[in-house]
Design a protein. Sequence first.
Length: 275
Amino acid sequence: MKTWFITGTSTGLGRILTEKLLALGHTVAATVRKPEALDDLKGHYGKKLWVAKLDVTDTSQIKDVVNRAFADLGQIDVIVNNAGYALFCAAEEASDEQIEQQIDTNITGSIQVIRSALPYLRAQGGGRILQLSSAGGQTTYPNFSYYHLTKWAVEGFCETLAKEVAPLNIGVTIIEPGAHKTSFANAMVTAPTMEAYDKTPAGDVRRAVEAGSFPIKGDVNKTVQEMIACVDISPAPLRLALGGDAYRDMRAALAARLEALDNQKEVAMASELKE
């Protein structure tokens, strides 16, 4: 059995992951903005569930909670960055405050959780880091520009981090789910719409979401099972795509980028200094 540290556990994927781990006999350090959200699990599992209040936009609070978790539980085997914020609007429509919240939650918060845990993982001789991204960390959809900003950024950070910490027996896996029916999807934050975008792809996506015409086939239970299973794979997989839509959309995006790059090969090589 392992000990897991998970952010954003009150609802959605984080809650389901916590429930499954506890049912399997693992110990979970769960962080939430409202600790009472886990009172039912705490009553049932007792000391197997360690709960702390955490707002991942507060770096000093992150450091304090991570320090306390390791102090109270000793070794923590898996760190899961799950807390997230999703801003759904055209780039021009968002407020400055919404943009800051998106970046502070998904980029800075994730980075600071990892940075706070790394000294402990090094000292104990290793561990795993699971970073929640999405298919939107490799492809893009209109109306999600700021969400994509954060997912692409954290994927670049984690891919680099994986190279740095692999010799220290610390594995990093970027989790890339497709669309799932979780409370997170219902918690997307919107902004006042601008008429100028009604007849653009941004408007098309908005109408499709409002009409419920996007098929959502992701199985949250199977996704969580694969997340749990991946920590026993050695070496750690750098990425874990979960959902047929995630696979299809990311593959199409990567193929298009590779084709575009190959089409520019002559220009790229011509701009190189000749010896």
